[in-house]
Each structure stands twice: as structure tokens, then as C-alpha cells.
Design a protein around this ligand. Structure first.
Ligand code: FAD
Length: 270
């Protein structure tokens, strides 16, 4: 439970953070995934740069019709935001269900997306919202669609030395919901469904269904062609093969996917 030795620096600007990252430091945001990994020695960086108090990385604002959330905005701030509820209802709902109060007081949206835990709540939410992830590196800025961001277990499209600065979400998505199944209160999702209605119709995504969060294209297509939510939800298990573990068999989890999608669509008033 004692990490390898590391140096710690606190950055006050993005430029300062990038400078440290260029020298090999790993960004530390809420620390609620990174610190456990350090203590278990699953990760042993020589240097950390604390980005949690960089003012430009926190906050929620509307930019025209786009909801913009700073990478270091904490889960509780997102859950309590009227702008988020009005423009990305599924995100407000999911943020309020992450872990417990203590976790939500520290954990950040950027950290959750960068962590890309297959059972983390926010990757599926980002897919359902059609979010874009804005990233800076020594050479400039690039934007990655959530659809292209999650690559494998705990692996994203982020390159070494890249920092997420903000998450951009097409606004007006007031119709959306998150249905999470966990065995114990405040636990990670065994299976969860995020649904959101945007300008091009419903987007539906699952967490816990494989190595990364995934869209459920069969459900989306069924909804687009006028199927009832219950009939559409029956397509949720198409193309997924959730790993069997102590949480349940592949068949059980696939069934859960259908149930969670059905619940989320009902909660969203589909
Ligand atoms: P950190 O732990 O600081 O960092 C995580 C990783 O992301 C590190 O590799 C770090 O270098 C990198 N990183 C952080 N910020 C950036 C950035 N801006 N750009 C690039 N890389 C970055 N999560 C859920 O989704 N659902 C749950 O139910 C849940 N329950 C939890 C229960 C407990 C008891 C704990 C301890 C955690 C739980 N979490 C849960 C995880 C929590 O949401 C974490 O806060 C989150 O996964 C990581 O966010 P963080 O800000 O703490 O990131």
C-alpha cells in the first residue's frame, strides 16, 4: 500500500502542466483512480503534476448551443448544474450516481474519461451524448469524438503528453436518462445504460458490456424506425459479449443490458 517514490508539482496553468508532462510527469486530477493505482503499484510514475487547481480547467458554460465542461470539473458540480440538467440530462443523472459523496467531491470528468474504466459511468455517457474531447499537447490542440476515444481496457486515443482540457457536448439534450445496476450502493456499475435524444435522434450506450463503453446501434436503429422502447431494448445485447466474472455470466449480463436500456428509455420518457 506504499507507492514507489515520485516527485509532485502543482501546476497553475495548462502551459505549466504541459511542460511537466513533456518531462514525463503524469497528470493528477481527483486522484480517485490514480492514487489507488499508485498504492497498489499498478502505476509507478517518477513524477506527478497536479492539475486540479488550474482555473481554466474547471467550470461549466454554454458556448452558443454547445455545453462546455472543463476537464477538472468535479462530479458533484456536474450533478448539481442546471445547465447540465437542461442540456445533457443523462450526464447530470449519471454524475450523481458515481461512487459516494467523497468520490464525487474529488473525481473529475476528465479523469474519468482518461481512465476509461470499462465499468466507469462517464465513458458511456459521453458516447450517448455524442461528446467531443478537446486535448492539448506541445504542438497545439485537437478534438477527438467520443466515438473514437475509447480504444481498449483502460486505453484511450490520448497520446503520451496529452492533456484533456474540456468536453464539448451538443446542447439541448434535455431528454435522457441513466440506468445503473450495481450490487451494492455506491458501487461501480455491473451494467448500465445511457440514453439521450439529440438532434439526430436517440443515442444509446452501455457500460460494463465489454473492454470499453459501447454504443448499442441495434437499439438506436429500432428507435429510429419507430419501434416501442421495449421492442428496441431487446436489441441491446446484439454484438456485445460481456466478460463472465464474479458479477455474473455473459448471458446474465447480456440480459441486464436489455433491462437497463428499457429502464433508461422509460425514465427518459422515450
Ligand atoms: P485521477 O485519478 O486523478 O486520474 C485518473 C487517470 O486519468 C490518470 O491516469 C491520470 O493521469 C489521467 N488524467 C486525469 N485527468 C486528466 C486529464 N485532464 N487529461 C489527461 N489525463 C488525465 N467511477 C465511476 O465511474 N463510477 C463509480 O461508481 C465509481 N466509484 C468509485 C468508488 C471509489 C471508492 C473510488 C475511489 C472511485 C470510484 N470511481 C467511480 C472513480 C472516480 O470516478 C474517479 O474519480 C475517476 O475514475 C477518475 O477521475 P479522477 O479525477 O479522480 O482522476
Amino acid at each position: 500500500m506504499i507507492p514507489e517514490a515520485f516527485t509532485y508539482e502543482r501546476a497553475t496553468t495548462v502551459a505549466e502542466a504541459l511542460e511537466h508532462m513533456g518531462a514525463g510527469a503524469l497528470p493528477l486530477a481527483g486522484g480517485h483512480s490514480l492514487l489507488p493505482a499508485l498504492k497498489l503499484r499498478l502505476s509507478a510514475p517518477e513524477a506527478l503534476v497536479d492539475i486540479a487547481r488550474i482555473p481554466e480547467l474547471s467550470g461549466i458554460r454554454l458556448d452558443g448551443g454547445t455545453l462546455v465542461i472543463g476537464a477538472c470539473t468535479r462530479h458533484n458540480a456536474i450533478a448539481a448544474s442546471a445547465e447540465v440538467a437542461a442540456n445533457a440530462a443523462v450526464l447530470a443523472a449519471a454524475a450523481g450516481e458515481i461512487g459516494d459523496q467523497q468520490v464525487r467531491n474529488r473525481g473529475t470528468i476528465g479523469g474519468s474519461l482518461a481512465q476509461a474504466d470499462p465499468h466507469g459511468d462517464l465513458p458511456a455517457v459521453a458516447l450517448a451524448l455524442g461528446a467531443e474531447i478537446v486535448v492539448v499537447n506541445a504542438g497545439g490542440t485537437r478534438t477527438i469524438a467520443a466515438d473514437d476515444f475509447f480504444v481498449d481496457y483502460f486505453t484511450t486515443a490520448l497520446e503520451e503528453g496529452e492533456l484533456i482540457t474540456e468536453i464539448r457536448i451538443p446542447g439541448g439534450q434535455s431528454q435522457g436518462a441513466y440506468a445503473k445496476f450495481n450490487r451494492r450502493s455506491a458501487d461501480w456499475a455491473l451494467m448500465a445504460a445511457a440514453v439521450s435524444k439529440g438532434s439526430s435522434g436517440w443515442r444509446v450506450a452501455l457500460c460494463g458490456a465489454g473492454p470499453t463503453a459501447v454504443r448499442a446501434p441495434g437499439v438506436e436503429a429500432a428507435l429510429a424506425s419507430g419501434a416501442s422502447p421495449a421492442d428496441a431494448a431487446a436489441h441491446a445485447s446484439e454484438g456485445i459479449s460481456p466478460e463472465a466474472d464474479l458479477g455474473g455470466s455473459t448471458e446474465y449480463k447480456s440480459h441486464l443490458a436489455t433491462v437497463m436500456v428499457k429502464r433508461a428509455l422509460a425514465a427518459a420518457g422515450a
